[in-house]
Design a protein around this ligand. Structure first.
Ligand code: AMP
Length: 199
């Protein structure tokens, strides 16, 4: 089934975990902007060729923002996603993890999907308190996870990404899940909610 899902929430909310699980369960490809940028940043840029040149370019320009816990500027992200979502492997549905993260990205995504005769089916928000986000981020201690950076990312989440709850809520496309529960329970609640809205 060609479902198009968006997974939203802070770094440490469990987006990556749930994207992997839902991707297997629903047989949908996942696009994680955070993972993509991180991987491209750690790969030797000379190793990139063809389609991944755009990614290497994105990573290069994104680096200073990611390292400080700032959002990568909208035009960069939007240009990259616009190109990526039009590739054949994304034609039959997808899970977008960590994109969109600003109202501008969400609007531009809707414009693109409208052009393609597609639409977002549901945006899933993994709701986790600030305290738990900090705790989880520091526990996994990736290189970009020092306390100041973690705090900055949460500030940006609250200022720029939280408004997407209203954006998708207004369109009746928002599902809220308590992301502080175990991964199994969160997954089950997501599946239950998706089933409920589909019926
Ligand atoms: P994540 O692993 O999803 O927390 O993403 C790691 C970092 O990548 C973020 O802190 C941002 O700097 C950058 N990033 C990922 N997705 C986006 C996006 N949609 N818009 C802007 N920046 C992003």
């Amino acid at each position: 089934m060609g479902m198009r899902l968006i997974l939203l929430g802070g770094s440490g909310a469990g987006k990556g975990t749930q994207a992997t699980r839902l991707s297997q369960r629903l047989s949908l490809p996942t696009l994680s902007t955070g993972d993509l940028i991180r991987e491209a940043m750690t790969t030797d840029s000379t190793a990139h060729s063809g389609a991944s040149e755009a990614l290497a370019e994105l990573a290069n320009q994104a680096k200073p923002y990611v390292e400080k816990g700032e959002l990568v500027p909208d035009p960069l992200m939007i240009g990259f996603i616009r190109q990526r979502l039009q590739q054949p492997d994304m034609a039959q549905g997808w899970i977008l993890e960590g994109y969109p993260r600003t109202a501008f990205q969400a609007e531009e995504l809707d414009f693109l999907l409208e052009e393609l005769g597609q639409g977002v089916d549901q945006a899933l928000w993994l709701d986790v308190s600030r305290e738990v986000l900090v705790e989880r981020s520091l526990a996994r201690s990736r290189s970009d996870d020092d306390l100041a950076v973690v705090q900055r990312r949460i500030d940006n989440l609250e200022e720029f990404t939280k408004p997407l709850q209203d954006y998708y809520g207004y369109k009746k496309r928002l599902l809220m899940v308590d992301g502080s529960q175990s991964a199994d329970v969160v997954e089950q609640q997501i599946v239950d909610q998706l089933t409920a809205v589909a019926s």
